[in-house]
Design a protein around this ligand. Structure first.
Ligand code: SF4
Length: 251
Protein backbone atom coordinates (compact mmCIF):
# COMPACT_ATOMS: atom_id res chain seq x y z
CA UNK A 1 0.00 0.00 0.00
CA UNK A 2 2.82 2.42 0.80
CA UNK A 3 5.70 3.76 -1.19
CA UNK A 4 9.20 3.21 0.14
CA UNK A 5 9.13 6.70 1.69
CA UNK A 6 5.99 5.87 3.65
CA UNK A 7 3.63 7.81 1.39
CA UNK A 8 0.58 6.60 -0.43
CA UNK A 9 1.35 7.07 -4.11
CA UNK A 10 -0.94 9.76 -5.44
CA UNK A 11 -2.65 9.73 -2.06
CA UNK A 12 -5.09 7.25 -3.52
CA UNK A 13 -3.57 3.83 -3.13
CA UNK A 14 -6.09 1.34 -1.88
CA UNK A 15 -5.84 -0.36 1.47
CA UNK A 16 -6.75 -4.05 1.78
CA UNK A 17 -10.14 -4.57 0.20
CA UNK A 18 -9.45 -1.50 -1.96
CA UNK A 19 -10.46 0.94 0.73
CA UNK A 20 -8.88 4.28 1.34
CA UNK A 21 -6.36 4.32 4.23
CA UNK A 22 -8.51 6.80 6.19
CA UNK A 23 -11.45 4.43 5.95
CA UNK A 24 -9.27 1.51 7.02
CA UNK A 25 -8.03 3.43 10.03
CA UNK A 26 -11.55 4.53 10.97
CA UNK A 27 -12.67 0.90 10.99
CA UNK A 28 -9.57 -0.23 12.86
CA UNK A 29 -10.23 2.35 15.58
CA UNK A 30 -13.91 1.35 15.73
CA UNK A 31 -13.13 -2.36 15.97
CA UNK A 32 -10.50 -1.81 18.66
CA UNK A 33 -13.00 0.32 20.60
CA UNK A 34 -15.43 -2.58 20.29
CA UNK A 35 -12.83 -5.08 21.48
CA UNK A 36 -11.18 -3.15 24.31
CA UNK A 37 -13.76 -0.45 25.02
CA UNK A 38 -13.55 3.23 24.01
CA UNK A 39 -11.09 5.19 26.13
CA UNK A 40 -11.66 8.74 27.34
CA UNK A 41 -8.82 11.08 28.09
CA UNK A 42 -8.47 12.81 31.45
CA UNK A 43 -5.50 15.16 30.98
CA UNK A 44 -3.26 15.40 34.03
CA UNK A 45 -2.28 19.05 33.50
CA UNK A 46 1.36 18.17 34.34
CA UNK A 47 3.53 18.31 31.22
CA UNK A 48 6.89 18.08 33.02
CA UNK A 49 5.70 15.14 35.11
CA UNK A 50 4.61 13.49 31.89
CA UNK A 51 7.93 14.13 30.16
CA UNK A 52 9.95 12.76 33.09
CA UNK A 53 7.64 9.76 33.48
CA UNK A 54 8.18 8.91 29.81
CA UNK A 55 11.96 9.05 30.21
CA UNK A 56 11.68 6.76 33.25
CA UNK A 57 9.40 4.32 31.40
CA UNK A 58 11.91 3.73 28.61
CA UNK A 59 13.13 0.10 28.60
CA UNK A 60 11.16 -0.39 31.79
CA UNK A 61 7.85 -1.87 32.92
CA UNK A 62 5.06 0.56 33.80
CA UNK A 63 5.21 -0.51 37.45
CA UNK A 64 8.96 -0.05 37.72
CA UNK A 65 8.86 3.30 35.91
CA UNK A 66 6.15 4.52 38.27
CA UNK A 67 8.17 3.38 41.31
CA UNK A 68 11.19 5.36 40.05
CA UNK A 69 9.02 8.42 39.43
CA UNK A 70 7.50 8.23 42.93
CA UNK A 71 10.92 7.85 44.54
CA UNK A 72 12.30 10.79 42.58
CA UNK A 73 9.39 12.96 43.72
CA UNK A 74 9.78 11.77 47.28
CA UNK A 75 13.44 12.78 47.40
CA UNK A 76 13.03 15.99 45.38
CA UNK A 77 9.60 17.58 45.85
CA UNK A 78 9.94 20.09 42.99
CA UNK A 79 11.45 19.84 39.51
CA UNK A 80 13.68 22.73 40.43
CA UNK A 81 15.05 20.58 43.27
CA UNK A 82 15.81 17.84 40.76
CA UNK A 83 17.50 20.31 38.45
CA UNK A 84 19.74 21.60 41.24
CA UNK A 85 20.62 18.08 42.40
CA UNK A 86 23.81 16.34 41.20
CA UNK A 87 23.21 13.79 38.46
CA UNK A 88 24.55 11.15 40.88
CA UNK A 89 21.72 11.89 43.31
CA UNK A 90 19.09 11.65 40.57
CA UNK A 91 20.67 8.39 39.43
CA UNK A 92 20.51 7.04 42.96
CA UNK A 93 16.80 7.88 43.28
CA UNK A 94 15.90 6.03 40.07
CA UNK A 95 18.41 3.20 40.35
CA UNK A 96 15.81 0.41 40.56
CA UNK A 97 14.61 1.08 37.04
CA UNK A 98 17.72 0.29 34.99
CA UNK A 99 19.68 2.60 32.67
CA UNK A 100 19.64 4.91 35.67
CA UNK A 101 22.75 6.90 34.70
CA UNK A 102 21.50 7.60 31.20
CA UNK A 103 18.02 8.54 32.38
CA UNK A 104 19.37 10.76 35.17
CA UNK A 105 21.42 12.67 32.61
CA UNK A 106 18.42 13.00 30.31
CA UNK A 107 16.16 14.26 33.07
CA UNK A 108 18.76 16.74 34.23
CA UNK A 109 19.41 18.00 30.69
CA UNK A 110 15.68 18.42 30.07
CA UNK A 111 15.13 20.42 33.25
CA UNK A 112 18.20 22.58 32.54
CA UNK A 113 16.94 23.30 29.03
CA UNK A 114 13.50 24.28 30.36
CA UNK A 115 15.06 26.61 32.93
CA UNK A 116 17.24 28.15 30.24
CA UNK A 117 14.32 28.60 27.88
CA UNK A 118 11.77 29.94 30.38
CA UNK A 119 13.90 31.30 33.24
CA UNK A 120 12.45 28.62 35.53
CA UNK A 121 11.69 24.91 35.30
CA UNK A 122 8.42 25.25 33.43
CA UNK A 123 7.28 24.23 30.00
CA UNK A 124 5.15 27.24 29.01
CA UNK A 125 1.64 27.29 27.57
CA UNK A 126 0.71 24.19 25.63
CA UNK A 127 -2.29 24.33 23.32
CA UNK A 128 -4.89 21.58 23.16
CA UNK A 129 -5.73 22.65 19.58
CA UNK A 130 -3.57 23.12 16.51
CA UNK A 131 -0.60 21.55 18.27
CA UNK A 132 1.90 21.54 15.35
CA UNK A 133 3.91 24.52 16.57
CA UNK A 134 3.98 23.10 20.13
CA UNK A 135 5.31 19.79 18.77
CA UNK A 136 8.01 21.67 16.85
CA UNK A 137 9.02 23.52 20.05
CA UNK A 138 8.95 20.41 22.25
CA UNK A 139 11.15 18.31 19.96
CA UNK A 140 13.87 20.95 20.31
CA UNK A 141 14.22 19.96 23.97
CA UNK A 142 16.88 17.35 24.79
CA UNK A 143 15.49 13.84 24.99
CA UNK A 144 12.13 14.81 23.50
CA UNK A 145 11.33 13.11 20.19
CA UNK A 146 8.15 12.97 18.09
CA UNK A 147 6.53 10.39 20.36
CA UNK A 148 7.35 12.11 23.65
CA UNK A 149 6.24 15.52 22.34
CA UNK A 150 2.87 14.09 21.39
CA UNK A 151 2.58 12.15 24.67
CA UNK A 152 3.09 15.39 26.58
CA UNK A 153 0.34 17.09 24.58
CA UNK A 154 -2.02 14.11 24.71
CA UNK A 155 -1.68 13.19 28.37
CA UNK A 156 -1.03 16.61 29.91
CA UNK A 157 -3.39 18.91 27.98
CA UNK A 158 -5.66 16.50 26.11
CA UNK A 159 -4.61 17.54 22.59
CA UNK A 160 -5.93 15.25 19.86
CA UNK A 161 -2.50 14.01 18.77
CA UNK A 162 -1.35 10.44 18.21
CA UNK A 163 1.93 9.24 19.75
CA UNK A 164 3.27 6.02 18.23
CA UNK A 165 5.17 3.51 20.31
CA UNK A 166 6.79 0.31 19.07
CA UNK A 167 3.48 -1.62 19.16
CA UNK A 168 1.68 1.00 17.09
CA UNK A 169 4.50 1.15 14.54
CA UNK A 170 4.33 -2.63 14.18
CA UNK A 171 0.55 -2.71 13.71
CA UNK A 172 0.56 0.20 11.25
CA UNK A 173 3.24 -1.52 9.18
CA UNK A 174 1.50 -4.89 9.23
CA UNK A 175 -1.86 -3.42 8.27
CA UNK A 176 -0.09 -1.69 5.39
CA UNK A 177 -0.61 1.91 6.45
CA UNK A 178 3.10 2.59 6.87
CA UNK A 179 6.16 1.49 4.96
CA UNK A 180 8.82 -0.24 7.07
CA UNK A 181 11.59 2.05 8.32
CA UNK A 182 9.62 5.24 7.76
CA UNK A 183 11.41 7.95 9.79
CA UNK A 184 9.86 8.71 13.16
CA UNK A 185 8.43 12.20 12.59
CA UNK A 186 7.20 11.35 9.10
CA UNK A 187 5.51 8.19 10.41
CA UNK A 188 3.76 10.21 13.10
CA UNK A 189 2.47 12.67 10.52
CA UNK A 190 1.30 9.97 8.09
CA UNK A 191 -0.51 7.80 10.62
CA UNK A 192 -1.67 10.73 12.77
CA UNK A 193 -3.44 12.22 9.74
CA UNK A 194 -5.47 9.03 9.36
CA UNK A 195 -6.84 8.96 12.92
CA UNK A 196 -10.50 10.07 13.06
CA UNK A 197 -10.97 13.43 14.75
CA UNK A 198 -11.24 13.18 18.53
CA UNK A 199 -10.16 9.53 18.62
CA UNK A 200 -6.40 9.83 19.13
CA UNK A 201 -6.43 8.90 22.82
CA UNK A 202 -8.61 5.83 22.43
CA UNK A 203 -6.71 4.72 19.33
CA UNK A 204 -3.37 5.13 21.13
CA UNK A 205 -4.37 3.18 24.25
CA UNK A 206 -6.21 0.42 22.40
CA UNK A 207 -3.55 -0.11 19.73
CA UNK A 208 -0.94 -0.57 22.45
CA UNK A 209 -3.21 -3.11 24.19
CA UNK A 210 -3.69 -4.89 20.88
CA UNK A 211 0.04 -4.94 20.18
CA UNK A 212 0.78 -6.42 23.60
CA UNK A 213 -1.85 -9.15 23.52
CA UNK A 214 -2.70 -10.01 19.91
CA UNK A 215 -0.46 -8.35 17.32
CA UNK A 216 2.64 -9.46 19.20
CA UNK A 217 6.11 -9.02 17.69
CA UNK A 218 6.55 -12.77 17.25
CA UNK A 219 3.63 -15.08 16.51
CA UNK A 220 0.83 -12.53 16.05
CA UNK A 221 -2.57 -14.07 16.78
CA UNK A 222 -4.16 -13.17 13.45
CA UNK A 223 -6.90 -15.77 13.92
CA UNK A 224 -8.08 -13.91 17.05
CA UNK A 225 -7.63 -10.41 15.64
CA UNK A 226 -10.56 -8.01 15.37
CA UNK A 227 -8.88 -6.03 12.58
CA UNK A 228 -7.59 -8.92 10.46
CA UNK A 229 -9.92 -8.10 7.57
CA UNK A 230 -8.06 -4.80 7.09
CA UNK A 231 -4.57 -6.23 7.44
CA UNK A 232 -2.16 -6.85 4.56
CA UNK A 233 0.02 -9.11 6.70
CA UNK A 234 -2.96 -11.38 7.47
CA UNK A 235 -3.93 -11.35 3.80
CA UNK A 236 -0.42 -12.44 2.80
CA UNK A 237 -0.57 -15.25 5.37
CA UNK A 238 -3.90 -16.46 3.95
CA UNK A 239 -2.56 -16.28 0.40
CA UNK A 240 0.48 -18.33 1.43
CA UNK A 241 -1.78 -20.95 3.04
CA UNK A 242 -3.90 -21.09 -0.14
CA UNK A 243 -0.79 -21.61 -2.23
CA UNK A 244 0.35 -24.42 0.05
CA UNK A 245 -3.04 -26.11 -0.09
CA UNK A 246 -3.12 -26.03 -3.89
CA UNK A 247 0.49 -27.21 -4.17
CA UNK A 248 0.56 -30.91 -5.09
CA UNK A 249 3.74 -31.39 -3.04
CA UNK A 250 1.63 -30.74 0.11
CA UNK A 251 -1.34 -32.84 -1.02
S1 SF4 B 1 -4.20 -9.64 11.53
FE1 SF4 B 1 -2.32 -10.33 12.54
S2 SF4 B 1 -0.70 -8.99 11.81
FE2 SF4 B 1 -2.67 -8.03 11.27
S3 SF4 B 1 -3.08 -6.61 12.96
FE3 SF4 B 1 -4.09 -8.54 13.45
S4 SF4 B 1 -2.62 -9.73 14.68
FE4 SF4 B 1 -1.50 -8.04 13.66
Amino acid sequence: MCGSDGTFPGGETAAPGHQHPEEVMRRVVENLDGEYGPKHNTPNGKPIDTAVAIILSQQNSAVSGKACFDELKRRFPTWNDVRRAPVDAIEDAIRTGGLARLKAKRIHALLEALAERHGAVEIGELPDRQPESAIAELVRLPGVGPKTARCILLFAVGADVFPMDVHIFRIAERIGLLAPKTPDERAHRIVGALIPEGRAYSAHVNMIAHGRTVCRPAAPRCDACCIAEYCEFAQRRLDAMDRRQSDPRFA
